[in-house]
Write a protein that binds this ligand. Structure first.
Ligand SMILES: [Zn+2]
Length: 314
C-alpha cells in the first residue's frame, strides 16, 4: 500500500495537465492574408456595393463560392445557392440568394449556424457604398473561419451561412429559418458576424449573453485570451431600445424562433451606412484580432456545446 499515494498523485497530475494545457492553447489559426484579400475584394468598387438582385451582389456571390470550393467546403444541399423570393416596394428585386456551406462534425445531431450577410446597399446618387465594415468584414471572416474548420474539423456540424437581403430587413436569414434546410430543433445556436472590422478603440462587442446566459462563461473565457477588448452588452432594453441590437442583424431571425444566438460587432461609427465605409479605414491588425477572437469563441462553443446549450424542446 505505500505506493498508493504516489499513484494517486500521478493520476492527479495526469488529469490536471490537459486542462491547464487547454487554457494556454493558442488561438485558432486564421489565414489572415487570404482573409484580407477577400475583404478588400468584397469592399472594392467593382462589387458595386453588393446590392441584393444587382450585378455587384452576383459578383460577390461568385467570389464566395469560388473561395468555399477552394477551401474544400461542400454546399448545404445540391447547390451553394439558396434562392428566396423578395416582395417589397422595389419591384426590380424579385429574389435574394443565400450562400450556404455545410461541414459535418463527428456528431451530426445538432448544428451550429455561423453567419454573416454579404449584401449591402449598392449605389446611391452615383456613389458606391462599399460596405467594408458592413459587412465585407464579417463575410471575409466567415470564409476564413470556415477554412480553419476544414483544417481542424469541428465536433458538431456547422452551417456557414452567407445571407443575402439583410439590408432589406433580414430577408435571407428569415427565409432560412422560414424554410430551413436543417430542422430548426437541430439548430443549437447561431453565431452572427456583422461589422467586425472598425475597432477604433480596439473594442469588439458580443451580444446575446443577456437573453442566453449560458453563453456568458464561454464569452468571458474567450475575452480572457482575446487580442482585442471583448465587451458584453447591447442585448437588453435597459439603456433604451437603440442600445439593444437583438433585432438589428440576422440573429434577429433566429431570436424570433427561440434559437440561442451570439452576435459580434462594433458600435456605430461615422462611416456607418455612408459611401465612406471603405477598406482603407480599417486597421488590419485589430480586424484580424477580432476574427481570431470570434474563431476562438466558435471553437469553444463547438467543443462544449452539449454541456452549455440545452437541447430544444418543441
Ligand atoms: Zn450589416
Amino acid at each position: 500500500m505505500p505506493r498508493r499515494p504516489l499513484l494517486i498523485l500521478i493520476a492527479c497530475v495526469a488529469i490536471v495537465r490537459p486542462v491547464a494545457a487547454q487554457r494556454t492553447e493558442p488561438l485558432p489559426a486564421i489565414d489572415s492574408a487570404a482573409m484580407w484579400g477577400a475583404f478588400t475584394a468584397l469592399a472594392a468598387d467593382s462589387m458595386e456595393g453588393r446590392r441584393t438582385g444587382a450585378r455587384g451582389g452576383t459578383a460577390a456571390r461568385a467570389l464566395l463560392i469560388r473561395r468555399l470550393e477552394q477551401a474544400g467546403l461542400r454546399p448545404l444541399g445540391a447547390s451553394f445557392e439558396h434562392r428566396f423570393p423578395v416582395a417589397g416596394r422595389d419591384s426590380s428585386v424579385r429574389e435574394g440568394i443565400n450562400v450556404l456551406a455545410y461541414l459535418p462534425g463527428a456528431d451530426t445531431s445538432r448544428v451550429l449556424v455561423v453567419s454573416a450577410h454579404y449584401d449591402h446597399v449598392g449605389v446611391r446618387s452615383g456613389a458606391i457604398y462599399n460596405g467594408a465594415d458592413d459587412n465585407a468584414s464579417g463575410t471575409a471572416a466567415l470564409l476564413a473561419i470556415a477554412a480553419s474548420f476544414v483544417a481542424h474539423p469541428p465536433r458538431h456540424s456547422i452551417v456557414f451561412a452567407f445571407f443575402d437581403g439583410e439590408e432589406m430587413g433580414l430577408l435571407g436569414a428569415r427565409a432560412f429559418v422560414g424554410a430551413p434546410s436543417v430542422p430548426l430543433e437541430r439548430i443549437a445556436a447561431n453565431v452572427n458576424l456583422d461589422m467586425i472590422a472598425r475597432l477604433d478603440k480596439n473594442e469588439l462587442y458580443a451580444a446575446g449573453a443577456a437573453p442566453w446566459p449560458f453563453f456568458r462563461p464561454l464569452l468571458e473565457a474567450t475575452a480572457m485570451q482575446a487580442p482585442v477588448t471583448l465587451r458584453l452588452g447591447h442585448d437588453t432594453d435597459e439603456k433604451g431600445p437603440g442600445e439593444n441590437w437583438t433585432r438589428q442583424s440576422d440573429q434577429g431571425a433566429f431570436h424570433a424562433q427561440g434559437i440561442p444566438w451570439v452576435y459580434f460587432g462594433v458600435e456605430d461609427h461615422p462611416d456607418y451606412h455612408r459611401a465612406t465605409d471603405d477598406a482603407d479605414k480599417v486597421n488590419p491588425g485589430r480586424y484580424i484580432g477580432a476574427v481570431r477572437t470570434i474563431a476562438d469563441f466558435v471553437r469553444r462553443l463547438d467543443a462544449s456545446l452539449d454541456a452549455v446549450v440545452p437541447p430544444r424542446t418543441r
